[in-house]
Design a protein around this ligand. Structure first.
Ligand code: BTN
Length: 319
């Protein structure tokens, strides 16, 4: 209904009266009024004149009613502790694949390795529930695929040249544009769900974020829409997963990689591996050559780049 009301307001040259809208849309005037109030509450500037309603400005947000056929899968919230928790509840209850929880801001947004993810308004914060029919061993490839698909989306929409830091950070000239956090539930022989939590700096102020971060809106002259970013990413990932095949992801990931060839320290939940990042294996693991010449494969973890000429690296302060 909101999509229909907005379409009317956008097309109208003159204010649209409640009566006209209620007749056209086949709902009561009270229902029209309630939808207008809800739209105003989430940031639409709708003037109420004696002649009717006039849309002055629409906010840029991925509301369900601007997401077309995908709308019913979008759970939009003005504020949540973290979209990860809301998505986990939905996933456990058996929600359909691609159910997506979006929050305008998060009070307890989190990153990998228990770090905090600053989630002020203007950024795009969402968790998408995926149910890929792939082997358990292929699960890490979903993270790499998401990073590639998001990088391609941002490049197509805004000509932003993104580099990828293993496993799935999006950087521009060393500054963080986006981070991905995933949670999985699986049986020994099948994946129940992978929840992909993505934070993208879009319009939000990244000054003061450590390590240094950057937002899409400052990298392009084009007008930036969070709804279009979500749609573009969704479309690419859905197409990729429709075939339940993740072949080729590593080859798509490597040309954008800033990690390979560099000295790195990879922090896992239990361990720390330092050395030169040599390659990404077909299963998505980072291959690190340690000081002793040993090749170590790391499947999950967070990677910190050191100077390419030095041997050791220091872990930076948490973000
Ligand atoms: C990282 O780079 O450490 C991953 C950051 C992931 C942040 C996103 S924002 C949406 C979702 N909800 C969260 O609490 N975290 C993820």
């Amino acid at each position: 209904m909101k999509a229909k009301i907005l379409a009317h307001l956008q097309q109208a040259d003159t204010p649209a009266s409640g009566e006209r809208l209620s007749k056209r849309l086949g709902v009561s005037r009270v229902a029209v009024w309630k939808h207008m109030r809800q739209l105003q509450e989430v940031g639409y500037l709708i003037e109420t004149t004696p002649k009717g309603y006039r849309l002055v400005r629409a906010p840029d947000a991925p509301f369900p009613w601007v997401m077309g056929d995908r709308g019913p899968l979008v759970h939009y919230h003005l504020e949540l502790p973290s979209t990860m928790d809301a998505a986990m509840t939905l996933a456990r209850k058996g929600c359909p694949a691609f159910t997506t929880v979006v929050a305008e801001r998060q009070t307890k947004g989190r990153g990998r390795l228990q770090r905090r993810w600053q989630s002020t308004p203007g950024g795009l914060y969402f968790t998408m529930v995926l149910r890929p029919r792939i082997a358990l061993a292929e699960a890490p490839l979903v993270n790499l695929a998401a990073a590639v698909d998001l990088a391609d989306t941002l490049h197509d929409l805004y000509a932003v040249d993104v580099q990828l830091k293993w496993p799935n950070d999006l950087l521009v000239e060393g500054r963080k544009l986006s981070g991905i956090l995933s949670q999985m539930a699986a049986e020994p022989d099948r994946i129940d769900f992978i929840n992909l939590g993505i934070g993208i700096n879009v319009h939000n102020d990244t000054r003061g974020v450590k390590p240094s971060a950057v937002a899409v809106a400052v990298l392009t002259d084009r007008s930036v829409s969070r709804a279009r970013i979500l749609e573009g990413f969704w479309e690419r990932l859905a197409l990729r997963l429709a075939g339940d095949r993740l072949d080729g992801v590593v080859d798509q990931w490597k040309p954008r990689a800033v990690t390979l060839g560099r000295m790195v320290t990879v922090q896992t939940l239990t361990d720390k591996v330092s050395g030169r990042a040599l390659d990404v294996a077909p299963d998505g693991a980072l291959v690190v050559e340690t000081e002793t010449g040993r090749h170590v494969k790391v499947l999950y973890g967070d990677c910190f780049h050191g100077d390419s000429n030095t041997k050791a690296t220091r872990l930076p302060a948490s973000r």
